[in-house]
Design a protein around this ligand. Structure first.
Ligand code: ADP
Ligand code: MG
Length: 136
């Protein structure tokens, strides 16, 4: 599925659509350059799921939790070994959480075939092309 988001409002609407179908145990991998809208999407998704938490980029913390959401930002990660040492495999296996991962490239080998991949592409100041794979 491919969506052209022309404003944060469109991204919010998309997050709402996806939130309706998410189940605990699901993993979302969010790809895209800095400023492409990954964290903004997470913020709307968390809101749509009825969780009242302030979503910040976890770049320095790597991992935050809001209700039943795991939010990881692996921008600073050096290797898959480092991710394993941080317990990433247990996080991915946890059926009580929806896990959302920004900058997931390094740990792709740990994903199951059910991982939902979303790519964010910067098109213009307020335009983002959002492509969703493996979401039925
Ligand atoms: N259509 C859009 N969808 C999402 N974010 C948008 C859109 N248009 C503009 N933006 C802005 O782009 C920025 C995206 O930042 P952020 O979500 O932190 O990106 P990332 O996490 O990918 O680095 C925010 O300031 C947001 O308001
Ligand atoms: Mg971010």
């Amino acid at each position: 599925m491919e969506v052209l988001s022309c404003s944060t409002k469109d991204t919010k609407e998309l997050a709402g659509t996806i939130a309706k179908k998410l189940k605990k145990g699901d993993t979302l991998a969010l790809y895209g350059e800095l400023g492409s809208g990954k964290t903004t999407f997470v913020r709307y998704l968390v809101e749509a799921l009825g969780i009242c938490s302030r979503v910040q980029s976890p770049t320095f913390v790597l991992h935050r939790k809001y209700g039943f959401i795991n939010h990881l930002d692996l921008y600073r990660l050096k290797s898959v070994v480092e991710a394993k040492n941080l317990g990433i495999e247990d996080i991915l296996r946890d059926k009580d959480f929806v896990t959302i991962i920004e900058w997931p490239k390094l740990i792709e080998e740990l994903f199951s075939d059910r991982t939902i991949c979303i790519n964010f592409e910067h098109i213009g100041e307020n335009e983002r092309k959002i492509t969703i794979h493996n979401f039925n």
